[in-house]
Design a protein around this ligand. Structure first.
Ligand code: AMP
Length: 253
């Protein structure tokens, strides 16, 4: 859902619950002046405060799950640092589209759905993810063609660059993440996973309009990649997890 793009608006509730983003050397966990555990533990899910959602507060996007105290929007993903050239290509695509929408600035490859984590699960979940990542070697994925995606609620449509799972590591990684999620009875990733980097989104289900131009967009992308070989492959060295506003990075072997 360009989950990363939205996760801030979907994250937990009050500002005082939010973490600061800042990396640490070890597993790069953000840690400013830590609150005593006794205070932190008060932030459980005992208080359920109804928040009335107003889509106009976030570009017309509709929340995919209820906004509740103690619920932390979570996404496991690979951060993608884009080159200036590829960014220029993405912007050029806007002129060819039959519908209005926006280019996504912060790019990633999702390895999970957007999940709802309870506050008291966070510590063990992060620890589990850290251990899991230690069991995987760094790997490479290849950018191939342009595909269209729609979120489950059919409220948003995306254009994404499909990522070829060169040696099957992405699949094994997602399977391992799914196993971890199952321990928390959280939903696994899609059965027919299509790894991708979403770069454009628009409101509503606009798949039929966008599907028509996929061949020409893929053709244009392939031309671009042939001229910019260094953009064809993504070298994955670490995995990210965003929980609320807090980012974790886990290095691969
Ligand atoms: P993302 O950019 O990773 O947030 O993905 C954009 C949207 O693609 C999400 O809302 C997903 O629900 C949707 N999507 C639809 N089909 C798939 C699929 N087969 N694999 C991965 N994401 C999918």
């Amino acid at each position: 859902m360009a989950g990363l793009h939205l996760i801030k608006t979907y994250s937990s509730d009050s500002d005082e619950d939010k973490y600061d983003e800042e990396k640490e050397d070890d597993d790069k966990i953000v840690n400013k002046l830590a609150l005593p555990a006794s205070i932190l533990s008060l932030k459980g899910d005992t208080c359920h405060e109804e928040v009335i959602d107003n889509p106009s507060d976030h570009d017309g996007r509709i929340r995919s799950f209820k906004h509740e105290r103690g619920n932390w929007a979570t996404l496991v993903y690979i951060d993608y640092t884009i080159s200036d050239c590829l960014r220029t290509w993405m912007k050029s695509v806007l002129n060819e589209l039959p519908i209005q929408g926006d280019i996504i600035s912060s790019l990633h490859i999702s390895l999970s759905r957007t999940l709802v984590l309870k506050f008291h699960w966070i510590e063990s979940f992060v620890e589990g993810l850290k251990l899991l990542c230690r069991g995987f070697h760094q790997f490479v994925v290849q950018l191939t063609d342009v595909k269209v995606y729609c979120n489950e609620e059919r409220t948003r449509t995306f254009l994404g660059i499909y990522c070829q799972d060169e040696d099957g590591t992405l699949k094994r990684l997602t399977e391992a993440i799914d196993c971890l999620l199952a321990e928390y009875q959280l939903p696994s990733f899609y059965k027919d996973i299509s790894y991708h980097i979403s770069f454009f989104w628009c409101l509503g289900d606009k798949q039929i309009y966008l599907k028509k131009i996929l061949p020409s967009l893929t053709c244009s992308l392939n031309k671009f990649l042939a001229e910019n070989m260094e953009d064809t492959y993504v070298h994955v060295k670490e995995i990210q997890c965003k929980i609320g506003n807090k980012c974790y990075s886990f290095e691969l072997k």
